[in-house]
Ligand binder design. Structure first.
Ligand code: SF4
Length: 310
């Protein structure tokens, strides 16, 4: 047989195999994303029957993915809830006003675009060169809370993911001297709204791949001209570097956030250290006094990673 024909057949077979593999991987990713979001919703009772969920859309990959997944889950959920997508157009120069409405219409989603020129307010009030994010996000928060009330939304969904949550934990430790993360579900600071984070269990790299696959029309997030929060960038880089050297570390930290042992911390508000007395009853959760650190004494894949890093 002609060698050209053989080469051509082989190339076609390889292309077909690659296509099949890519489709398999995307199918796996899709299942994982929907399973993790469904699990987070269930674990924290994020969405209840009859809820109207206001899905905050910034035009970034995370919020597009959140809406996309919630729309799919809505079809299969055993409960009834509605979704309304909300974008706050802060009038930043160059913001492409048509992108989100066009996308949302194409998906048949109920939506609301709130136009408020917070950009000018921030520019007027914050001196050149100073960080604008804190005032900007305070203004945005107030507006979104108000809009939620006006739309009759019972939940406000934000697109923060697992990596955002872990990064926030370290930011609060490093710069705020507090062990405080980002909750999957909490009442808002004005006391009037319940904020949920359905992507809490989702890894950022999965969202990057999903956004590419779904070809979301991403709107760049640097239109305001503000530098991304440098401390957040640095902490994120540190965490990603750990993950590269010790795969699974972000998951371990994330899991630890749901497994806190107050008696082995130092917060007197969480554990009554001042009043404890010996009970005479053995308790595996008590102090192991002169033993080695637990992670050194009983190595496991996760704990040996911790030991290595010390
Ligand atoms: S990056 Fe820009 S839009 Fe985002 S919070 Fe900061 S000032 Fe506001």
């Amino acid at each position: 047989m002609n060698t050209d024909v053989i080469d051509h057949d082989q190339a076609a077979a390889e292309a077909l195999a690659a296509e099949k593999k890519a489709a398999f991987e995307i199918n796996k990713l899709s299942k994982r994303l929907h399973r993790q979001v469904g699990q987070a919703i269930t674990d924290f009772n994020m969405i209840e029957d009859g809820d109207k969920v206001m899905v905050c859309l910034s035009g970034g990959k995370d919020s597009y993915a959140m809406l996309d997944i919630l729309l799919n889950l809505q079809q299969r959920a055993p409960i009834k809830f509605s979704l309304v997508a909300v974008n706050l157009d802060q009038k930043q120069p160059g913001f492409p006003e048509d992108v989100l409405p066009n996308y949302l219409r194409s998906r048949g989603v109920d939506f609301h675009i709130e136009s408020q020129d917070t950009y000018s307010i921030v520019k007027k009030l914050i001196p050149e060169g100073k960080t604008t994010c804190s005032l900007c996000s305070r203004l945005r928060r107030g507006i979104l809370y108000r809009v939620a009330g006006e739309l009759g939304a019972t939940k406000i969904a934000l697109g923060h993911h697992r990596d955002d949550i872990v990064t926030t934990l370290f930011l609060n430790m490093f710069f705020g001297s507090r062990i405080k993360g980002m909750p999957p579900k909490l009442v808002s600071d004005d006391g009037r709204n319940v904020v949920i984070r359905p992507l809490a269990y989702v890894k950022e790299p999965d969202l990057v791949r999903w956004a590419e696959h779904r070809e979301f029309p991403i709107i760049p997030c640097n239109l305001c001209g503000s530098q991304e929060n440098l401390q957040r960038v640095q902490v994120k880089a540190m965490i990603n570097e750990w993950e590269k050297r010790y795969p699974g570390r972000i998951d371990n930290i994330f899991t630890a956030m749901g497994s806190i042992v107050p008696s082995h911390m130092m917060d007197k508000k969480l554990f009554p250290f001042e009043t404890i007395q010996a009970t005479g009853v053995a308790d595996a959760g008590g102090d192991i006094a002169f033993d080695d650190d637990e992670s050194c004494a009983t190595p496991s894949p996760a704990s040996s990673v911790i030991t290595l890093q010390r």
